[in-house]
Design a protein around this ligand. Structure first.
Ligand code: FES
Ligand SMILES: [Fe+2]
Length: 378
């Protein structure tokens, strides 16, 4: 029985690789609601892929630190001398207390329990009253370190061993968003939320423009209507679409001077799976860092980043309200979607044309590339 469900999903994913956009179908429900498949994803995707955990400006200065959790790993990002960003295990080498909480600025990480301290290269800097211990080598005592990459202001780390670098695999996407200069945008809104849906539903929802007009009639439709969506080709480590801005929309901030007129009128919706989706616009951009907590619970870190200094608090608040109202509509429909998935009467449905639901197929294909081996061998 267990083998069967893996086989069925593996077959559906294989189909998604060979069928074109105008022949694509959605996935069987096991994709979204099966515990064994979720456990495999934890290992193969979230345990091996690059995961976004925040923005460069959150740890901008020497001495800045930020604690966070990725899946079950407590981690801490620190900015050391020469702007060097590192990510360490946030677990004290003495008896395992958490070193840092939240974020701040300091010269060392100091454990609150017995005050062992660590420098920003991960080495043990102090361990009070431990000199007489016979078999403890202070010099080799270090915090485990994780790889880190900064890309257009987004911070990524990886829980796997010797992962292939991410940035070279994002070249095609970098070309699409370069002129927007997201690395210059500043975080002015961030919220940690739990969404009661499968993490893949959240990503699929963010990455398709088919629902913009019908679901977001009074919120996002006047800004980015479905009719102005167009698909762009996916790469190995990204996929997405362009969401055109309505010509009826008055837009005061035109973004970076490098932007072409066509770019000013376009929002690049992209995903760097499995953990990041973003809507890159000239004036401001949104993003969600995604990690699953259960088949029907996903931890979502939502943020808005703004280009330029001309933003008043009111203008920021207006953007935040639009974002939150839109996300509330998404959240509602995604909770219902989980009930639909659990129904014995659920079956796969046809996907809309590439411009509208093409990225959903791109996501299946990405998933298939990373998971096919584990599903077939299970
Ligand atoms: S657990 Fe950190 S100093 Fe004891
Ligand atoms: Fe939406």
């Amino acid at each position: 029985m267990g083998q069967d469900k893996f086989k069925k999903l593996a077959q559906a994913l294989k189909q998604s690789e060979v069928l074109d956009y105008d022949q694509a179908w959605s996935m069987p429900r096991s994709y979204y609601i099966d515990e064994d498949i979720a456990a495999l994803e934890r290992e193969r995707l979230f345990g091996r892929e690059w995961l976004c955990f925040g923005r460069s400006e959150e740890v901008a200065k020497t001495g800045d630190y930020m604690a966070f959790q990725l899946c079950d790993e407590p981690l801490v990002a620190v900015r050391g001398e020469n702007g060097m960003l590192r990510v360490f295990s946030n677990v004290c080498r003495h008896r395992g207390a958490l070193l840092a909480q939240g974020s701040g600025n300091r010269s060392r990480l100091v454990c609150p329990y017995h005050q062992w301290s660590y420098d920003f290269e991960g080495g043990l800097a102090g361990a009070p009253r431990m000199e007489s211990h016979k078999s403890f080598d202070r010099k080799s005592c270090r915090l485990p370190e994780f790889p880190v990459e900064e890309w257009h202001g987004f911070l990524f780390t990886n829980l796997g061993r010797n992962p292939e670098p991410l940035t070279p695999r994002l070249e095609g996407l970098s070309a699409l968003i370069r002129n927007y200069h997201m690395e210059e945008m500043k975080l002015r809104y961030v919220a940690d939320e739990i969404w009661h849906t499968n993490w893949k539903c959240l990503i699929e929802n963010f990455m398709e423009g088919y629902h913009l007009t019908p679901l977001h009639k009074t919120t996002l439709h006047p800004v980015n209507p479905t009719r102005l969506c167009s698909h762009f080709p996916a790469g190995d480590a990204y996929f997405g679409y362009n969401a055109g801005y309505s010509p009826d929309l008055p837009r005061s901030n035109k973004g970076h001077p490098d932007l072409t007129e066509a770019e000013v009128d376009n929002c690049v919706m992209f995903a760097i799976p499995p953990g990041l989706v973003s809507g890159c616009g000239g004036d401001y951009s949104s993003f969600i860092c995604v990690q699953p907590e259960a088949i029907d619970r996903v931890k979502a870190r939502l943020g808005l980043i703004f280009y330029g200094d001309g933003w008043t608090d009111d203008a920021v608040a207006h953007a935040v309200t639009l974002f939150n109202d839109t996300m509330a509509e998404d959240k509602d429909v995604l909770v219902g979607l989980m009930a639909g998935m659990a129904s014995a009467h659920h079956s796969a449905g046809p996907l809309a044309p590439a411009d509208f639901e093409g990225p959903v197929l791109d996501f299946y294909r990405y998933y298939s590339r990373r998971m096919q081996q584990a599903l077939s061998g299970a």
